[in-house]
Design a binder for this molecule. Structure first.
Ligand SMILES: [Zn+2]
Length: 136
């Protein structure tokens, strides 16, 4: 059941990676669009055409969004890795806990029984009845 931590962590990591890669792609595309406007000719076009200036500003905004996505994706990815590490440790602990439970169960004394000699209730641990001395 605790293996679900690993699966959830992996899913979070995958989502983070997708967001991160999406951010990189967005920055790449925006950089390419911006580079056209960052030449001398591009700057003149922007000054002359408000529409072109708007395209440039949109690309600039898209680049910022892309950079934000990179950071957000990175953080999500780290969270995913943390969840996986926590999940891995829990999965490692699980068999030990089961062993401890088994040891505890073994050390618990047997349920009380009734003496076959006198019929009184005695602990299952007793070999000789404390009341009548009957040996089991
Ligand atoms: Zn007895």
């Amino acid at each position: 059941m605790k293996k679900s931590y690993l699966i959830i962590g992996l899913l979070i990591l995958i989502i983070g990676s997708i967001v991160f890669i999406g951010g990189i792609k967005m920055v790449e595309v925006a950089d390419e669009a911006m580079s056209e406007y960052e030449t001398l000719a591009g700057e003149i076009v922007r000054i002359l055409s408000p529409e072109q200036e708007q395209h440039y500003q949109d690309a600039k905004e898209a680049k910022q969004t892309g950079q934000t996505l990179e950071v957000v994706g990175g953080v999500i990815g780290v969270v995913g890795i943390v969840v996986m590490v926590v999940g891995y440790q829990k999965v490692e602990e699980e068999p030990q806990q089961q062993q401890q439970i088994v040891v505890i169960q073994e050390s618990v004394p047997e349920k009380s029984k009734y003496c076959r000699g006198c019929g009184r209730e005695i602990s299952g641990d007793y070999v000789v009845c404390p009341y009548c001395g009957f040996e089991r």
